[in-house]
Ligand binder design. Structure first.
Ligand code: MTE
Ligand code: LUZ
Ligand code: MOS
Length: 768
């Protein structure tokens, strides 16, 4: 058995030895030039002129490239083509790349590019910075979206009007920087006949190939993109690696020299987008037990200056507003606000967290208004099995395990007793207040764009019995190559060490999807299994032909092959098969079955299955300073029949801490007049560290198979656990509410920074 067992990341030894090759570690070719971007100093307006001679005269500068040097189209947009590579007149945001300096060294390029402010003549205009302002002005990057479902005449409105209790309020949730440790980078190398090779840190090599070919006016078969691994992507390299790939390629194409573009962290912050912040307004009607009878919600995201992935992000947000709850009558409106800020993009969860946290906020408020334990209110609203089990987008929830899973966690975490203990503590502690919360997760797995759910793989068995696997997915630290190699080793009955995974390469597997939506192992694992299975069948036929017996009785296990009562080494059979002229390599393909989606009505079956999870968090808050500590977290997460429990637990722990950062310490601040992102470095933008792990951190995987025929019945694990630290946010909210009257709903926004917590404490005390 090679799947379902814990084993280290395939590159773990290389990672810790510092030997794993990232793009910047590739030995530079002779003649390599370095690129830096000159950025717009204003957030909106017109570019009236550029005095680039000043830049050209700087030491080491070889050339300066502007939009007019792009031989093909000046666009690096994903899905919708509204994203200029370099500014061609209309200034979209402060930090927008306007020109590219190419110099002998990276420092010389950066020094020259830093003079952008002096050499650009701009006619500034008033920027629109917040989603609410964009909404008021009707400025959107996409048409508004609407999703509603009703089980009664009159829909959500009538259900709210008839409900025994109702309230209407607003809520704010901030954005989040991906903060991949390896920044964006591309290294473009011109090849014969005007073709191009690009080494790119990207989750989406095929899209980089398309964007570069369009920018250079080449065919796709003239551009090759390769990515061995990333030092993290988290969604930030799904589309937005494109600008860097295109600029490096345009420069390399023009100068006929290799060009590397590696922006530093501050520039990366100013150029690229991140998780969308959301503003919500909702009205809720509910009964005495806290059951939600009707909801109307408006969600407005900060899309930034272009569409990028804002459409699919809003779709996923609207398809996760239900989270784990049956909402009989619901009416949702989604607006992607066009603002003069970086274009926001994918980030782990892809709008799912932003959708689901809105309903969790509603659950928490309803419980406080009714004076009930929030877990009881949540449970009263859970999807059922067979009834009350249809999502607002009309996909039935047929694999519901939320009740079981939450029940197990409630018991193992000692939730009830700890709620009582926290209340007792709070009764005698005027300054320090404790809070405990349990929150569930249900997350839909598949790209919400149906045709992206396909993948390909190549498996080569060499005559010495060693195996190479190549697939369309990319490795960003999540352990995808490890899982795919495990699947191949399992299929061929060989040791894991026999199988090696190689760099993702558009010239090996074509037309791949982004490694995203948590589908990497589901899609590429199945494709690699398909390839390996074909080889195994050919080997079995060869073995039976040579040694007798039926090919169906040939067994592959432990590096051995059993045929007709005899046993051979795997490599012996491979050598025999080669002599018999058997094809020892194969391609494989997979497309997720049963998916469909109607964009107009926002209904269909967008997800193959759901992944579930739940977490309990306990915090203590200092109500004089707003400082807090996570004392303990208990997590039970559903990875189906995990392919690799060690890797999956790592994913759950990492996602928990990353999501906690989003909801607590990571705050983005744009200057309200200039639109300058002032939090553009770790000095002002606070990501969590290893120190922020709670002293008690119990993370377990739920026992149970995927109901669907996924790869070895596993479930995708990359994104869903990012929603688990909702429990931290609601534990903080619980502690804040203990500072005042319990029935007062704390006005706490996310991120719950110390400042936000203190403001919420002040507000609940004022109404005390
Ligand atoms: N884990 C690590 N270590 N680094 C990453 O960049 N990205 C996350 C998640 N886990 C990421 C990660 C995101 S956003 C996604 S969509 C999935 O991994 C993608 O990989 P998978 O589909 O193979 O799980
Ligand atoms: N849909 C989705 C997408 O659910 N997740 C993604 O990462 C994605 N990326 C591009 C387009 N649709
Ligand atoms: Mo992940 S946000 O789908 O790259």
């Amino acid at each position: 058995k090679r799947v379902g067992i814990s084993r280290p990341h395939e590159s773990a030894a290389l990672h810790v030895a510092g030997e794993a090759t990232y793009v910047d570690d590739i030995p530079e070719l002779t003649g390599t030039l370095h690129c830096a971007l000159g950025l717009s100093p204003v957030a909106a307006g017109r570019l009236a002129g550029m005095s680039l001679d000043v830049i050209r005269a700087m030491p080491g500068v070889v050339d300066v490239i502007t939009a007019s040097d792009i031989p093909g189209t000046n666009d690096c947009g994903s899905i919708i083509h509204d994203d200029p590579i370099l500014c061609s007149g209309d200034i979209r945001h402060l930090g927008q790349p306007v020109f590219a300096v190419i110099a002998t060294t990276r420092n010389e390029a950066r020094r020259a590019a830093a003079r952008a402010k002096e050499v650009l003549q701009v006619e500034p205009a008033e920027p629109v910075l917040t989603p609410r302002e964009a909404h008021e002005k009707g400025r959107y990057v996409l048409p508004p979206m609407h999703l509603s479902r009703s089980t009664n005449e009159g829909g959500a409105r009538a259900a709210i009007d008839r409900a025994p209790h109702k309230f209407k309020t607003t809520f704010d949730v901030g954005g989040q920087e991906q903060f991949y440790l390896e920044g964006q980078i591309s290294y473009a190398i011109p090849k014969e006949g005007g073709t191009m090779l690009v080494h790119c840190s990207t989750q989406h090599p095929s899209e980089m190939q398309h964007l570069v070919s369009h920018a250079l006016a080449l065919h796709a078969n003239e551009v090759q993109v390769e990515c061995r691994r990333m030092g993290g992507g988290f969604g930030g390299k799904e589309s937005q690696s494109g600008l860097f790939a295109c600029v490096a390629a345009v420069a390399a194409h023009k100068l006929r020299r290799p060009v590397k573009l590696r922006p530093d962290r501050d520039d990366d912050f100013l150029i690229t987008g991140r998780r969308h912040c959301f503003w919500y307004e909702y009205e809720v009607g509910y009964d005495d037990d806290g059951r939600i009878l009707g909801v109307e919600v408006t969600m407005v995201s900060r899309a930034g200056h272009s569409a990028d992935l804002s459409g699919p992000v809003m779709t996923r947000a609207m398809c996760h507003f239900d989270n784990a709850y049956w909402l009989p009558d619901v009416d949702m409106h989604g607006y992607s606000g066009r603002t003069n800020t970086q274009s926001n993009t994918a980030f782990r969860g892809f709008g799912g967290p932003q959708g689901a946290i809105a309903i969790e906020n509603i659950m928490d408020s309803v419980a406080r208004k009714l004076g009930r334990d929030p877990l009881d209110v949540r449970r009263a609203n859970f999807y059922g099995k067979g009834e009350r089990n249809v999502t607002p987008y009309l996909q039935p929830v047929t694999d519901n395990i939320v009740d079981d899973l939450v029940g197990q966690l409630e018991a193992s975490s000692d939730y009830r007793a700890r709620r009582v203990a926290a209340a007792q503590f709070n009764a005698t502690s005027p300054i320090l207040k404790r809070g405990v919360a349990l929150t569930p997760v249900k997350f839909g797995i598949s790209f919400n764009v149906a045709h992206f759910n396909q993948a390909g793989a190549l498996v080569h068995v060499y005559t010495d019995g060693s195996i190479l696997v190549n697939h369309g997915g990319t490795e960003m630290g999540q352990g995808l190559n490890t899982k795919v190699a495990q699947v191949v080793a399992h299929e061929l009955g060989v040791r894991f060490e026999r199988v090696r995974a190689t760099a993702t390469d558009t010239s090996k597997v074509a037309n791949t999807s982004a490694t995203a939506a948590s589908t990497g192992a589901d899609l590429n694992g199945k494709a690699a299994q398909d390839a390996a299975r074909q080889i195994r069948e050919r080997l079995a036929a060869c073995a039976a032909a040579r040694h007798g017996g039926s090919k169906d009785d040939v067994r592959f296990a432990n590096d051995k092959v059993q045929v007709n009562g005899r046993e051979f080494d795997f490599s012996t059979l491979v050598a025999e098969a080669y002599m018999d002229r058997v094809q020892l390599w194969s391609d494989g393909f997979y497309a997720t079955p049963g998916l469909h989606w109607d964009r107009e009505s926002m209904t269909g079956h967008p997800f193959y299955y759901f992944a579930y999870g739940a977490a309990v968090a306990e915090v203590v808050v200092d109500t004089l300073t707003g400082e807090w500590k996570l004392l303990r977290a208990d997590v039970l997460h559903d990875a189906g029949r995990s392919l690799n429990p060690a890797v999956d637990i790592g994913q759950v722990e990492g996602a928990f801490i990353q999501g906690m950062g989003w909801l607590t310490t990571e705050e983005l601040v744009w200057h309200p007049k200039t639109g300058m992102l002032s939090t553009h470095a770790p000095s002002t933008y606070k990501i969590p560290t290893a120190n922020d792990c709670p002293p008690v951190f119990n993370v377990r995987l739920f026992e149970g198979d995927n109901f669907e025929d996924s790869i070895h019945r596993s479930k995708a694990v990359g994104e869903p656990p990012l929603l688990l630290p909702f429990s931290v946010f609601y534990a903080i909210r619980d502690a804040v509410s203990a500072a005042g009257d319990h029935k007062v709903d704390p006005p706490l926004r996310a991120p719950a920074t110390c400042e936000a917590i203190l403001n919420a404490v002040t507000a609940v005390r004022a109404t005390h």
